[in-house]
Design a protein around this ligand. Structure first.
Ligand code: PLP
Length: 366
C-alpha cells in the first residue's frame, strides 16, 4: 500500500536526533517556558525572516490569539468583519467566530485554489478590519495584490500559514512575513510537524508580540499579575526541542516534495484530470498535491484498488457545515466545485522513486 502520508517513516528519518532532544529535555528538569522554547522561537523567526516568533499550543490557537490580541489593543471589536477564503480548512473561520467577529467568505481562484484578490474589494464594508489569506495546499497567495488592497483600505492582513512553511516569493520573502501577523500549525502532518500538537505566531509588530505573549500565558506579562483574561496556550519545551530538530531538515524535505510534484506535473498525462497550476517553484511547498476530476469517487476507488491511498481536502465547504448554519444560504459555486472534485495524491519527503512511478503509471492507465 502506498500510504497517503507515512508519518512514522517521516520521523524515523530523524529518530536519533529526536531521541537525543527528548532526553535532553527530560534530563533538564525544566519543561515549560525555557531555553528550548526560546531557541526554537529564535530559529523560527530567523527562518521566516520576522522579528518575532511566538510558540503556542496549536495552529488554531495561533489564529485565535492574533485576533484576540487586536481586540485587546482596541483595533478589532465584536461584530467586525474578516474576509476569509470560502474553501479553507474550517480552523481559519473558527478563529474569527471564536472572537465574536464575523467571517465573510470570499471565493478562491479556480486555478490556484487561493483567495481571489479580484473578489476581495467587493466584500469590503465599513465593518471590515482584516483579510485572512490562507496559503492553501502550500501555495503562496497573491500577497502583492492583497497587501495593496489592505493598505488602501487600512485593514490588517493575518496570514494562515498552517500549510505553507517556507513558501517564498521570487525575492525570497517567506510566508509569515507578508501580513501584520501570521499563524502556523505544527500538527504532525504539516510540512513542519511536531510529535503532537504545536503552533506559532510570527509578526514584526512589537506591541502585538507583547500582548500575544501575555494572552497565551493567562493574560499575564508578570507572574501573578493579569492584565487580560488570557488562556494557557504555551508551547512546551519538549515539542520546541523536537521542532528545532525538524526545522533543520525542512528545506531539504521541501525540495524533495518539489521533486515529487514535478514528476507528477511532468509525467501524469490523463485528460480526465486537472493538475495543479503553479505560479513559480518557490511559491509552492507542496503540503498537498491536489488534482481535480469530475468523477472523483471512481478515481479514488480505482486508486485504492491499486493500493494507492488518497484523501479529500476537503469534502464539505465551511458554509455547508452544521456549525455554520447561518451561512447555509450563501452561494459559493467555485468552492462547491472544488469541494466536489478535489483529490489529494500521496506526497511526502519519504516517498520512494518506485512509489512515485507507480502512482503516475496507475493514474495514466485510468
Ligand atoms: C491545520 C490547519 C489549521 C489548524 O492547525 P491546528 O494545529 O490543527 O490547530 C489552520 N488552518 C489551516 C489552513 C490548516 O491546514
Amino acid at each position: 500500500m502506498i500510504k497517503f502520508l507515512d508519518l512514522k517513516q517521516i520521523n524515523a528519518a530523524h529518530k536519533m536526533e529526536l531521541m537525543n532532544a527528548f532526553e535532553e529535555v527530560i534530563d533538564s528538569g525544566w519543561y515549560i517556558m525555557g531555553d528550548k522554547l526560546n531557541l526554537f522561537e529564535k530559529e523560527f523567526a530567523e527562518y521566516c525572516g520576522t522579528k518575532h516568533a511566538i510558540g503556542v499550543a496549536n495552529g488554531l490557537d495561533a489564529l485565535i490569539l492574533i485576533i484576540r490580541a487586536y481586540k485587546e489593543l482596541g483595533i478589532f471589536k465584536d461584530g467586525d468583519e474578516i474576509l476569509v477564503p470560502s474553501n479553507t480548512y474550517i480552523a481559519s473561520i473558527l478563529a474569527i467566530s471564536a472572537n465574536n467577529l464575523v467571517p465573510v467568505l470570499v471565493e478562491p481562484d479556480i486555478d490556484t485554489y487561493d483567495i481571489d484578490p479580484e473578489l476581495i474589494e467587493k466584500k469590503i464594508t465599513d465593518r471590515t478590519v482584516a483579510i485572512l489569506p490562507v496559503h492553501l495546499y502550500g501555495q503562496l497567495c497573491d500577497m502583492e495584490k492583497i497587501l495593496i488592497i489592505a493598505k488602501k483600505n487600512n485593514i490588517k492582513v493575518i496570514e494562515d500559514c498552517a500549510q505553507a512553511h517556507g513558501a517564498a516569493d521570487n525575492s525570497g520573502r517567506r510566508a509569515g512575513n507578508f501580513g501584520d501577523a501570521a499563524g502556523f500549525s505544527f500538527y504532525p502532518g504539516k510540512n513542519l510537524g511536531a510529535i503532537g500538537d504545536a503552533g506559532a505566531i510570527t509578526t514584526n509588530d512589537d506591541e502585538l508580540a507583547v500582548a500575544l505573549r501575555a494572552l497565551l500565558n493567562y493574560g499575564s506579562h508578570v507572574k501573578y499579575q493579569n492584565l487580560y483574561k488570557g488562556i494557557n496556550s504555551r508551547l512546551d519545551e519538549l515539542q520546541a526541542a523536537l521542532l528545532s530538530v525538524k526545522l533543520g531538515h525542512l528545506d531539504i524535505e521541501t525540495e524533495f516534495r518539489r521533486k515529487v510534484a514535478n514528476r507528477y506535473l511532468n509525467e501524469i498525462n490523463n485528460n480526465k484530470l486537472i493538475l495543479p497550476q503553479v505560479k513559480d517553484q518557490s511559491t509552492h511547498v507542496w503540503h498537498l498535491f491536489v488534482i481535480r476530476t469530475a468523477d472523483r469517487k471512481t478515481l479514488q476507488d480505482y486508486l485504492l484498488k491499486h493500493d494507492i491511498q488518497t484523501v479529500i481536502h476537503y469534502p464539505i465547504p465551511p458554509h455547508k457545515q452544521p456549525a455554520y448554519a447561518e451561512l447555509v444560504d450563501e452561494k459559493h459555486p467555485i468552492s462547491e466545485t472544488i469541494h466536489r472534485e478535489v483529490l489529494s495524491l500521496p506526497i511526502s519527503p519519504v516517498m520512494k522513486n518506485e512509489e512515485i512511478s507507480k502512482v503516475i503509471e496507475i493514474i495514466n492507465a485510468y
